[in-house]
Ligand binder design. Structure first.
Ligand SMILES: [Mg+2]
Length: 227
């Protein structure tokens, strides 16, 4: 099992959006509510984030906003970050090898997933875009996971809430499940994830558990188990 981190394992996006909204207000005086920030910026690279700030919100110094955001983000993670609802029970119940493939920098993974008890399900198999030439949607990260875990693509399953992750998995020959947080306010997520190549869509941790168990049991029947 290869898991994306933000938005699948950890409920970081609402927190990060609030910190960014506060940074925008502190640095530029512009007021955008955290909900709008979440819809507008989630999944955007640092470069895209600056572009959106400058062009859509007339913020003159987006680099200064991002610097302020970086200063406040990790302390806020340490104060408030939680796992995605129900995901700890899913991880606990699945007797399947697990790793993480995230476009986040390793420093952010250590200061987010790394401060939560579920880290133990993955370490040392936590892989960041820092470790490969190209992050998702390129196949580099899932391929690194497969190589380090010694698993062939057909025996792996990838879970991600973003189309970039689904595309990366498919490019690596790995089946992908699209994950949608029950509280995600962004419209059209199911269509976006299916269009990227997801074979299944899971709304929340409980559905994700059932889909994984279903796929895993079929695989065991179809695929001979090697010693
Ligand atoms: Mg994500």
């Amino acid at each position: 099992m290869i898991f994306d981190c933000d938005g699948v394992l950890i409920d970081s996006e609402p927190l990060a959006s609030r910190v960014l909204a506060e940074a925008i207000h502190r640095v530029s005086g512009v007021t955008i509510n955290p909900h709008e920030v979440l819809v507008a910026f989630t999944g955007a690279s640092a470069e895209d984030t600056q572009h959106i700030m400058r062009n859509d919100y007339r913020i003159s110094d987006p680099a200064a906003v991002l610097a302020d955001y970086q200063t406040h983000l990790f302390p806020e993670f340490h104060r408030q970050l939680r796992e995605m609802p129900g995901i700890a029970q899913v991880l606990e119940s699945l007797d399947i090898r697990k790793c993480v493939a995230s476009n986040s920098k390793l420093e952010r993974l250590v200061n987010s997933l790394g401060i939560l008890p579920i880290w133990r399900h993955f370490a040392p198999h936590v892989y960041s875009a820092d470790m490969v030439a190209r992050g998702k949607p390129a196949p580099d990260l899932p391929l690194l996971c497969l190589e380090r875990c010694g698993v062939v693509p057909e025996r792996a399953l990838f879970v991600d809430d973003s189309p970039h992750g689904i595309e990366a998995a498919r490019a690596a020959g790995v089946r992908a499940v699209g994950f949608i947080d029950l509280n995600d306010p962004r419209p059209g997520r199911e269509d976006i994830l299916l269009a990227a190549g997801a074979s299944n869509i899971a709304y929340g941790a409980s559905e994700l558990h059932d889909i994984i168990v279903d796929i895993h049991s079929r695989e065991r029947i179809q695929t001979p188990v090697h010693a």
